[in-house]
Design a protein around this ligand. Sequence first.
Ligand SMILES: Nc1ncnc2c1ncn2[C@@H]1O[C@H](COP(=O)(O)OP(=O)(O)OP(=O)(O)O)[C@@H](O)[C@H]1O
Ligand SMILES: [Mg+2]
Length: 459
Amino acid sequence: MATSLTNLVSEHLYEQRIRQDSLSVEKLATTFAPLFQSAQADALQEALVSSGGEMGGRLMIIDEDGKVQFDSFSQLCGVRLQLPEVLSVLTGGQSTAYGIHHLSSSQRSLTADAADEYVAYCTASLIGTRGRLGVLLFVAPVQEMMSSLNQVQQQLLSVFLAVAVAALIVALVFSQIITKPMAAMTRTIQKMGKGDLSARVKVRGSGEIRQLAESYNTMAEQLERLDRSRNQFVSNASHELKTPLATMKILLESLIYQPDMPAELRAEFMQDMNHEIDRLTGIITDLLTLTQMDSRRMELHPSMVNLSELVEETLRLLTPAAEQRGQCLTGQVTPGCNLVADRSKLGQIIYNLTENGLKYTPDGGEVTVTLTTEGRTAILTVQDNGVGIPPEDQGHIFERFYRVDKARSRETGGTGLGLSIVRQLVSLHKGVITVDSAPGKGSTFTVKLPMDGKEVSAS
Ligand SMILES: Nc1ncnc2c1ncn2[C@@H]1O[C@H](COP(=O)(O)OP(=O)(O)OP(=O)(O)O)[C@@H](O)[C@H]1O
Ligand SMILES: [Mg+2]
């Protein structure tokens, strides 16, 4: 840049100089031509000396053979000068020529100061009445111009060098500042890649790096939570599966080691085992449903469903069990409530909630299932006057394997999966589920489902 900048400046300066010198030399050539033609040697020499002095350079007249005839310094008369500018006028057919030359030390004889390294030759043809007579040569001292140009170039070069070095240092410092947290982040990510999910990045500075670190930490937290809940899920599931298996093993061993067991007891044991197998199958079915929903492989088979009929149907299914325990299961169903949904999944929602109502209500209690519509929303409520749910547990009952009273739930055969399945099925249908309960008084579960496929708001 420094070089091209100085080149630009020097070109401009050269041009000015060339124009000036060429104009003066051409003018002088027209003045000197008649003197040279009429061979007025003294007058010509005088004119050369005075004009040369005025212009601050050396003037020479060279004849057609290239020999110096007159010299304002009176030194080179009779010498043949082979300068390119002279030749281009004499043989090249040009009327003027200009050139700046760098002289080697042996060539420095044409200027006034022998120390000058640069010289400019400006030539113009001398035209007499019968054509060209020769060439007027002006040897211009351009040393000063060239020196100052050189100086400017040197200065520019050093300034640019200093700027380049400074830029390099600044770039290095900045890249260090930027890459340091990046490198730290990479190390943490590698740690995490090796299985340490507790690794966190230090959040520093501001702007994008900070944002990146924060997003990364959020992601890491989520992953850790997911990992933890998955581990817990697996351990809970295995525990739940182990219990019926252990019971069956005890029953089976009793049958094996007590061959003379009374037939009645044997039949009872067999029945218990059958019950445990049913329970095991139920848990496995629930687990499969949940994992299917987790991996988003759960496929809905939507069709036009008459929800009113479906509620009635489910109630009919559960009535014998309710009657057995002297419970009153009633339905208050608004007829003709239709919506596009997966029939069997909706059935599962109603069944699970009603089954819970019956299960967590003492013998002789009441469970009421209501279906109404409100605008484009179907509202299903399952109300019981059973044991109720303490407020601190209400936020957890939709979690997998969560049971309020573990001992009692196990007695009643609960695994704690029913409500988490219900909640996921409801949200698959773009609905919401809420619970309202008071311990000892009973619980009300409310499911709101959209009948137009638009998401239902929680309020
Ligand atoms: N209507 C209700 N009244 C009182 N408690 C309830 C009611 N419904 C659910 N719960 C409480 O919430 C817990 C979770 O219910 P959920 O249906 O998920 O599991 P579960 O009934 O124990 O087992 P599962 O339904 O998987 O066989 C229950 O264990 C129970 O403590
Ligand atoms: Mg249940």
